[in-house]
Write a protein that binds this ligand. Structure first.
Ligand code: TPP
Ligand code: DXP
Ligand code: MG
Length: 626
C-alpha cells in the first residue's frame, strides 16, 4: 500500500515515519516475491532496504549522485526511482538489468558490475563537480567484501589527498559472497564492536577524570596524542589517520539513525566514510541463515527456500571441482586460489579437504595472479580458478608476472562465453582474445565434461602457463567416446568429409554437432574438428583442411577481434589456398542480459543462424569459383 505511492524518485519523502516502516516491510516482501520467480541477487538487497531508503530521504535525485559498488544491491534504489514494474522482467532479455545502468535511469549515476570501482568513480564525479563549479553530493556505497579489492584503496588514498566533499558509505554485513576474508575484514570486525570502545572510552575518561591532581590533564593528553590508547578509543583510526573522517558504526536497519548520520556526513568538509552495519538476507529467514546461497539465486520456493529448477547434469564447475580433489590427492604441491568466489568456482570442497592448500585472496584478481606466480616460483603448482570477466583485472599480471617468467600457473577460466542474466559486465567473451595474445600462454577449451577433466590434468602437468576455459552451467556429456589423449597443440578430428569444414572451439562443439547435422540433412558434406587448443593453433590441421575444403568455418563464443577465427584467417592468408574462411563469433560489442539461447540468436550465433550463414557463404564461394 505504501509501495503504490512510490512512482518516481523522491516520492519516498512524502511518507511519514510510520509509513516508512511499513514501506521497508513491503519492499522486502516485494523483493522476495519477485526474485523467487525471476532469480537475482536477493540477500544483499534485503540487507540494504533501510540504508537505501535513508539515502533517498537524505539526498535529492537525480541531482545527487549515488554509486553502487558491484551494483547487485541496487534493487531498492530501482524501486524508489520508479522502476518497480521492471521486476517482472528482471535480468530477462529486453527487461530491466540487475545492475545500475545509466541508460536505464538518470538516477543511476554510474554503471557497475565488477567490484571495488565505486570510490574511484565517485571521486571522479566529485572532482568533476568542483571543476565545473557545480553543487551536489556524491555518495559511493561499497560493501565490506568489495573493500578487499585493491582499487578501493587506491581511491581512498587519492580521496584523502583531494580533500573534496565526498561521502563513502561502507555497507558492512560481515560477508562477501562467502565469508569475508583478510586483515581489513578483521579490522572492521573490531570497529563493529566499537560500541564497546565507546563505552570503554567513557569509562576510561570518567575514571581518569575523577583522579584528583592531574586526572583531567591525563584525559586531555590521551585525547591529543596519537598513541595506541587513542587507537583504542577512537574507532575508524585507519580512515581518520589517512584524512578521511569516520562516522559510525551506525545500525543499518535503524532509519532514523541512518538519516542522522547522513545529515552529519553532509556537514563534513572533505571525504567522509559512514560505516553502516547491516545483516545480509535481513527479513527472509532462509537468506539470513544462508546468505551465500541467496547471494545470487535462481527461482525458489518462498516457503522452503529450495531452488525450483535443479539440473540433473554436472556443471563444468562441478567437473572442475572433482578433478581438483583428485589431483590434490596425488600431487601435494597442488594449491588452489580463488578471488572471493570459492562457491562459484567449485573450490569449496577443495577448501574443506585441503584448507592449508587453499587461498581466498578476497576480490583481488590482480593480486591473485601475482600471488599464484609467487607460489609457482616457490615450487608449488598453483591453479587459479576465476571467472572469465573478472580475470580481465589480472591482465598485466598475467603478462608481467606469470608468462614473462614462464611460471607454471594454471588458470581455470570459468563462466567463459555468454553467461546470461548478469549481462554486459559479466559475459566472458573477451578471454580468448586477451589470453591468446600473451606470449608463453597455452589456451585450451574442452568440448565436453570428460575433455574438461583431461585438460585440467594436462594443464597442471604442462609446467608452463596455461588457461583452460569453460562455460557457466551444464557440461556437455555427449561424445564420451572421443577421448584421445590431449597432445600439445593438436586438434581432434571428429568427422572427416570434404567441401565444408567446421572448426569448433570449446563448448560450441555441442552446437557445432547440430549445425553439421542440419547441413548434412540439406545435402552438404561437412568435416567437424574440435580445436582443443586455441593457442597454439593446430597449423598442420589448418593446412590439411585447405586441400579438400572450399569453406572453413570457425565457431567460437568470444568476440571476433583477437579470437580463434581471426587467427585462422591470418594464418590462411599466408598460404596459397583458395579456401574461404567464415568466422562465426561475437560482434565487436557488449552483449546485454538474457538467456544464452536468446542472446545467441540475437547475435546470429544460434543453430539456425549458423546454418544459414554457412550456406550463404558456401554459395557465394561457389559462384566466386564459377
Ligand atoms: C572484480 C569482481 N570480482 C568478483 C565479483 C563477484 N562478486 C560480486 S558481489 C561479491 C561480494 C561482494 O561483497 P560485498 O561488497 O560485501 O557486498 P555484499 O554482497 O555483502 O552485499 C563478489 C565477490 C565481482 N562482481 N567483481
Ligand atoms: C554480482 C556478481 O558479480 C556475482 O554475484 C555474480 O552474479 C555471480 O555469478 P554466477 O551466478 O555465475 O555465480
Ligand atoms: Mg558484504
Amino acid at each position: 500500500m505504501y509501495l503504490e505511492q512510490i512512482h518516481e524518485a523522491n516520492d519516498i519523502k512524502k511518507l511519514n515515519e510510520q509509513e516508512l516502516a511499513g514501506l521497508a516491510e513491503e519492499i522486502r516482501t516485494f523483493l522476495v516475491e519477485k526474485i523467487s520467480k525471476t532469480g537475482g541477487h536477493l540477500a544483499s538487497n534485503l540487507g540494504v532496504v533501510e540504508l537505501t531508503m535513508a539515502m533517498h530521504l537524505s539526498f535529492q535525485l537525480p541531482e545527487d549522485k549515488m554509486i553502487w559498488d558491484v551494483g547487485h544491491q541496487s534493487y531498492t534504489h530501482k524501486i524508489l526511482t520508479g522502476r518497480k514494474e521492471g521486476f517482472d522482467d528482471l535480468r530477462k532479455y529486453g527487461g530491466m538489468s540487475g545492475f545500475p545502468k545509466r541508460k536505464e535511469s538518470d538516477c543511476d549515476a554510474f554503471d557497475t558490475g565488477h567490484s571495488s570501482t565505486s570510490i574511484s568513480a565517485g571521486l571522479g564525479y566529485a572532482r568533476g563537480r568542483d571543476i565545473l563549479g557545480q553543487d551536489y553530493s556524491v555518495i559511493s556505497v561499497i560493501g565490506d567484501g568489495s573493500l578487499t579489492g585493491g582499487m578501493a584503496y587506491e581511491a581512498l588514498n587519492n580521496a584523502a589527498e583531494m580533500k573534496t566533499n565526498f561521502i563513502i558509505v561502507l555497507n558492512d554485513n560481515h560477508m562477501s559472497i562467502s565469508k569475508n576474508v583478510g586483515g581489513m575484514s578483521s579490522y572492521l570486525g573490531e570497529l563493529r564492536t566499537a560500541r564497546a570502545y565507546t563505552d570503554l572510552k567513557d569509562t576510561v575518561e570518567n575514571v581518569l577524570g575523577s583522579i584528583p591532581f592531574g586526572g583531567e590533564k591525563m584525559v586531555r593528553h590521551i585525547k591529543r596524542t596519537k598513541s595506541s590508547i587513542k587507537q583504542l578509543l577512537v574507532p575508524g583510526m585507519f580512515f581518520e589517520d589517512m584524512g578521511i573522517k569516520y562516522l559510525g558504526p551506525v545500525d543499518g536497519h535503524d532509519l532514523k539513525a541512518l538519516c542522522r548520520a547522513f545529515t552529519e556526513a553532509k556537514r563534513v568538509k572533505g571525504p567522509v566514510l559512514v560505516h553502516v552495519l547491516t545483516k545480509k538476507g535481513k527479513g527472509y529467514l532462509p537468506a539470513e541463515e544462508n546468505p551465500s546461497r541467496f547471494h545470487g539465486t535462481g527461482p525458489f520456493d518462498i516457503q522452503t527456500g529450495e531452488p525450483i529448477f535443479k539440473s540433473g547434469k554436472d556443471s563444468c564447475t562441478d567437473v572442475f571441482s572433482k578433478v581438483m580433489l583428485d589431483l590434490a590427492k596425488k600431487d601435494d604441491r597442488l594449491v588452489a586460489i580463488t578471488a572471493a568466489m570459492e562457491d562459484g568456482t567449485g573450490l569449496a570442497a577443495f577448501h574443506r579437504y585441503y584448507p592449508d592448500r587453499f587461498f581466498d585472496v578476497g576480490i583481488a584478481e590482480g593480486h591473485g595472479v601475482t600471488f599464484a606466480a609467487g607460489l609457482a616460483a616457490a615450487g608449488l603448482h598453483p591453479v587459479f580458478a576465476v571467472y572469465s570477466s573478472f580475470l580481465q583485472r589480472g591482465f598485466d599480471q598475467m603478462i608481467h608476472d606469470v608468462c614473462l617468467q614462464k611460471l607454471p600457473v594454471v588458470f581455470a577460466v570459468d563462466r567463459a562465453g555468454l553467461v546470461g542474466s548478469d549481462g554486459e559486465t559479466h559475459q566472458g567473451i573477451f578471454d580468448l582474445s586477451y589470453l591468446s595474445m600473451i606470449p608463453n600462454m597455452t589456451v585450451l577449451s574442452p568440448k565436453n565434461k570428460w575433455e574438461l577433466a583431461d585438460m585440467v590434468r594436462f594443464a597442471v602437468r604442462l609446467g608452463a602457463p596455461a588457461a583452460v576455459r569453460y562455460p557457466r552451467g551444464s557440461a556437455f556429456d555427449g561424445f564420451r567416446e572421443y577421448r584421445a589423449p590431449i597432445e600439445y597443440g593438436k586438434s581432434e578430428p571428429v568427422y572427416e568429409e570434404e567441401d565444408i569444414a567446421i572448426i569448433s572451439v570449446g563448448h560450441m562443439f555441442e552446437q557445432a554437432v547440430q549445425v553439421r547435422k542440419r547441413l548434412k540433412e540439406i545435402g552438404y558434406n561437412c568435416t567437424l574438428i574440435n580445436a582443443r587448443f586455441v593457442k597454439p593453433v593446430d597449423e598442420e590441421m589448418l593446412r590439411k583442411l585447405t586441400v579438400e575444403h572450399r569453406l572453413i568455418v570457425t565457431l567460437e563464443e568470444n568476440i571476433r577481434r583477437g579470437g580463434f577465427g581471426e587467427f585462422v584467417i591470418a594464418y590462411l592468408a599466408g598460404l596459397e589456398t583458395d579456401a574461404e574462411v567464415l568466422n562465426l563469433a561475437l560482434p565487436d560489442d557488449y552483449i546485454e542480459h538474457g538467456s544464452v539461447d536468446l542472446l545467441r540468436s540475437e547475435v546470429m550465433l544460434d543453430i539456425e543462424s549458423c546454418v544459414a550463414r554457412i550456406i550463404t557463404a558456401y554459395i557465394a564461394e561457389e559462384s566466386r569459383r564459377d
